[in-house]
Write a protein that binds this ligand. Structure first.
Ligand code: ATR
Length: 283
């Protein structure tokens, strides 16, 4: 049973949810593309996740985004998972097709599309990547790096057990490409890297600084921080000043949003400078 007014509706669910920038992004695209649709935010407790998915299944909602802490719960309750979402065990985008609720994880394509756009050719020498952090974002990013053929991906995390678990979960069959590295070794690990990605919250406004020496990092290595507040973190500034190519995290946020919008509202949105500025002005 659809909504009586026949307006296409989607939303983001999470708890807390007030900080989510998804309504701003999707609202901009709805307006620019002249689509009569609604995208709002909903604070949803874990016990209410199934009712949300039922609304999508029934067609009352076209679908939505899923954020902390529901990504794993939703992955267990949708009807069909994309291969990516299945491998990651986490869903950030859902939609309905033929009475079934699908779940995907678009953090992977968001990460890759942003680097492809901001630093074309970043993966032409997929030798060694360094990923700082081992949370949900690191998981999606490491999966993305594996799809681009990186031979070695060092996972550097404060809690060693989390890095080991991530390496074990995503290790390709018959190869040892994911290497857990002690947090104390982070600066030395940069030797020979072709890309460095920070997925921790260190360096974000209000969080502690990231203490990392870039001395051992080759000057050609791309430095990417998925933190986008501030847009230029200390890590990116230091890297830029010594001559490394740098990519900030805002594009990942925008690119991960685009596939969901296309599913729910039927048009492919563009990640434009105007949209980037809109989000920056909101920070
Ligand atoms: P997300 O889903 O966004 O990746 P997360 O699962 O909370 O978020 O992961 C946050 C990452 O930042 C983790 O790798 C965390 O390290 P731990 O696994 O050891 O907790 C890292 N992190 C957060 N604060 C940190 C700090 N003060 N020093 C080092 N790493 C930190």
């Amino acid at each position: 049973m659809g909504q009586a007014d026949n307006v296409a509706r989607a939303c983001v669910i999470g708890d807390p949810i007030s900080h989510s920038r998804s309504p701003l992004i999707h609202g901009h695209w709805l307006e620019r593309l002249g689509i009569t649709g609604v995208y709002d935010r909903r604070r949803v407790a874990t016990g209410e996740v199934e009712a949300f998915l039922q609304e999508v299944r029934a067609g009352n909602l076209r679908g939505g985004n899923v954020t902390v802490p529901h990504k794993e719960t939703v992955a267990r309750h949708v009807d069909v998972l994309t291969e990516t979402a299945q491998r990651l065990g986490a869903v950030n985008t859902v939609w309905e097709d033929n009475g079934k609720v699908w779940g995907d994880n678009t953090d992977v394509t968001g990460f890759l599309a942003n680097l492809d756009e901001r630093s074309p050719g970043w993966d032409c020498k997929p030798e060694k990547a360094i990923v700082l952090g081992a949370g949900g974002a690191a998981r999606a990013i490491i999966y993305g790096l594996l799809t681009r053929g990186f031979h070695e991906i060092d996972i550097v995390n404060r809690s060693p057990s989390r890095a080991r678990q991530l390496a074990e979960d995503l290790q390709p069959q018959g190869a040892r490409r994911l290497v857990p590295v002690d947090w104390a070794e982070r600066s030395g690990a940069l030797n020979g890297a072709t890309i460095l990605v920070n997925t921790t919250s260190l360096g974000m406004t209000g969080q502690p600084a990231l203490d990392l020496s870039l001395e051992a990092l080759p000057i050609q290595a791309v430095v990417h921080d998925i933190v986008y507040a501030p847009l230029e973190t200390d890590l990116l500034r230091t890297a830029r000043q010594r001559g490394n190519p740098v990519v900030d995290g805002l594009g990942m946020l925008l690119h991960q949003a685009a596939p969901g919008f296309a599913r729910w509202f039927g048009q492919k949105p563009q990640v434009t400078d105007e949209l980037r500025q809109l989000v920056i002005d909101d920070m």
